[in-house]
Design a protein around this ligand. Structure first.
Ligand code: PGA
Length: 241
């Protein structure tokens, strides 16, 4: 696991967007693992600009999002499907059948979760997985204590995560308390992973992660320590050193 501090938030986001573009340019059948959250908004804004100025064939890429709130209407503004359409999919040439999300409704949830894991691995694993990180070290909605061999499943969100996400809802009571998330097992099967952390709120968890020598389920992101191809990108405010 390598760390790089790119100074400004804009440069950090630009770097990650360029890596996404380069991945698509190097393999037009790329599978991309995508993340949501405030950190990723400038990444997608930059990626949209890059794609508009560097035409690239997107017709065969596939994307897999990490998570979705459980039973939240996917048409609602707080859903991650809405987020992805708003920040990326509506601005690039991609068809709905190319983007994938864990199913977030209760009908056949377990079968659907297994199908999502199979789809992620079908033909080949994800080429480039983008990750944010929670202040508690979560990746996707894999909260502290998640077994490293976990698959896609329904999870309970911690109070810390509910509070962090309340800014997108009218009141904290409206924040869903459950979500469906890609499991840690699927995440670490990705060929390459870029974790982006920006802003001073992420500094303490970055410092903790930077100092860890061995993975520990208490900090889910520490599973990345033994992955052969992980880059952690920060701005000055989140930099651990
Ligand atoms: P954020 O979320 O980018 O909104 O901080 C990151 C995460 O919780 O994974």
């Amino acid at each position: 696991m390598e760390f790089i501090n790119l100074g400004s938030t804009t440069l950090a986001a630009q770097y990650v967007a360029i890596e996404l573009l380069r991945q698509i340019q190097s393999n037009k059948r790329s599978k991309l693992g995508l993340a949501t959250g405030g950190t990723m908004e400038p990444v997608y804004a930059q990626l949209v600009q890059l794609i508009q100025s560097n035409p690239v064939d997107l017709s065969e890429i596939q994307t897999f999002n990490l998570d979705e709130y459980y039973e939240l209407d996917t048409e609602s503004k707080q859903s991650y499907l809405y987020y992805m359409k708003h920040h990326l999919f509506n601005h690039i040439d991609i068809r709905p059948e190319q983007y994938n999300f864990p199913n977030n409704d209760s009908v056949q949830l377990e079968a659907d979760n297994e199908a999502y894991d199979r789809l992620i691995m079908q033909d080949h694993p994800i080429n480039l997985q983008l990750l944010g990180i929670g202040t508690n070290g979560h990746i996707g909605f894999n909260e502290p204590g998640t077994p490293f061999d976990s698959n896609t499943r329904m999870v309970e969100l911690t109070n810390e995560t509910i509070q962090a996400n309340a800014r997108y809802f009218d009141s904290i009571e409206e924040v869903p308390t459950k979500a469906v998330t890609m499991g840690i097992r699927s995440i670490i099967k990705s060929h390459r992973i870029i974790l982006l952390a920006t802003g001073e709120k992420k500094k303490p968890i970055m410092q903790q992660l930077f100092q860890m020598k061995y993975p520990d389920e208490v900090i889910p992101a520490s599973v990345l320590i033994h992955h052969p191809n992980v880059l952690v990108v920060t701005d000055d405010a989140a930099s651990p050193y």
